[in-house]
Design a protein around this ligand. Structure first.
Ligand SMILES: Cc1cc2nc3c(=O)[nH]c(=O)nc-3n(C[C@H](O)[C@H](O)[C@H](O)COP(=O)(O)O)c2cc1C
Length: 332
């Protein structure tokens, strides 16, 4: 049985092990969204200590679609030099480099942030005003922005992109019945609500061709009354894969990545198992509360999931993967 340190091939990329640093905002970019020395050191040390895949934090595809101060941008060519150095740093250290690309959909802060969202309902439980829904013409342009962002990411040397469809950001808002109250073909049932995210995936895959990796971070369930159910999320995961997604990174929907009350190690593993059932043999990754190397190894050995996200534990200990190798690397 494979374990935490077993490699896996996805398309033409060999992933050295099952440890993934999930996307985590450092808020260390310049005002223009450029990479700084801090990013190079932050990601470089973790890649060098044996993390198999680094998914670099959320990066905006349009300047007015940014979520927070200090966020990275891949919205035009001006940030490419820095992103190129970042991709090289990660890859030279032996890890696979993926860039998370996103639009906040009216949940950003600061002047000039776009207040358009999927529908006209504000995100429940958050303090954002009701958005204005994107028009159909605006959606076509936005899909192109995702495509251009993905093209830049690959051009600067990333192995792939992760499209952010979780945590109440724009693509998640489309999927969630609590946000998406549209009456056109981009709303209504799961087919309608999933239409725009699937259009983005299809366009990105068409642009990137067969070699690049396309991951999707899926808010697999909203964890709120009336929200997206895990059953729907799993069906949608199957559709993502049919459009060319290589790996589904299972996380939360409107409830976020760390929903209230979810404290145990691997709190999204059940969701990951459900999604995996819908997309097999494509791999799933799950992040959520895993701290111990033995737990991470067991999740792989018991064949529950394919990749384990180690987030906060890697923030507090950059050498987590090195220590995990000493602990479980030789188990057979
Ligand atoms: C400081 C911080 C920043 C985060 N930023 C992002 C992000 O940019 N994109 C994203 O999809 N998730 C983000 N997350 C969620 C993590 O990727 C992860 O899903 C979550 O922390 C649960 O995993 P963990 O328990 O291993 O930390 C962030 C989490 C933290 C703690």
């Amino acid at each position: 049985m494979p374990g935490l340190f077993s490699p896996m091939n996805i398309r033409n990329t060999e992933i050295p092990n099952r440890i993934v640093m999930p996307p985590m905002a450092t808020s260390e970019a310049t005002e223009a969204g450029e990479v700084t020395e801090t990013h190079l050191e932050h990601y470089g040390v973790r890649a060098a200590s044996g993390v198999g895949t680094i998914i670099v934090e959320h990066t905006f595809v349009r300047f007015d679609g940014r979520a927070s101060e200090g966020q990275l941008g891949v919205h035009d060519d001006s940030t490419m030099d820095g992103l190129s150095r970042l991709a090289k740093t990660i890859r030279d250290a032996g890890a696979v480099a993926i860039l998370q690309i996103t639009h906040c959909g009216g949940t950003g802060i600061g002047d000039g942030v776009d207040m358009r969202g999927a529908g006209s309902r504000p995100v429940p439980g958050r303090n954002y005003p009701a958005p204005r829904p994107f028009s159909k013409e605006e959606l076509s342009a936005l899909a192109e922005d995702f495509v251009a962002a993905a093209r830049r990411a690959i051009a600067v040397g990333f192995d792939g992109v992760e499209i952010h469809g979780a945590h109440a950001y724009l693509l998640n808002q489309f999927l969630s019945p609590l946000c998406n109250d549209r009456t056109d073909e981009y709303g209504g049932d799961l087919e309608g609500r999933g239409r725009f995210p699937l259009e983005v995936v299809r366009a990105v895959r068409a642009e990137l061709g067969e070699n690049a990796l396309v991951y999707y971070r899926l808010g697999a369930e909203d964890s709120m009354p009336g929200g997206l159910t895990l059953e729907e999320g799993s069906v949608f995961a199957g559709q993502l894969v049919a459009e060319g997604v290589d790996l589904v990174d299972v996380s939360g929907g409107l409830g976020g990545s760390r929903p209230e009350g979810m404290k145990r190690e691997g709190y999204f593993v059940d969701a990951g198992v459900s999604v995996r059932g819908a997309i097999a043999p494509k791999p799933v990754m799950v992040a959520g509360g895993v701290i111990n190397a033995c737990t991470a190894d067991e999740l792989i050995r018991e064949d529950l999931i394919d990749f384990v996200g180690i987030g906060r534990a890697l923030l507090s200990d950059p050498f987590w993967a090195l220590k995990a190798k000493e602990r479980v690397g030789d188990l057979r």
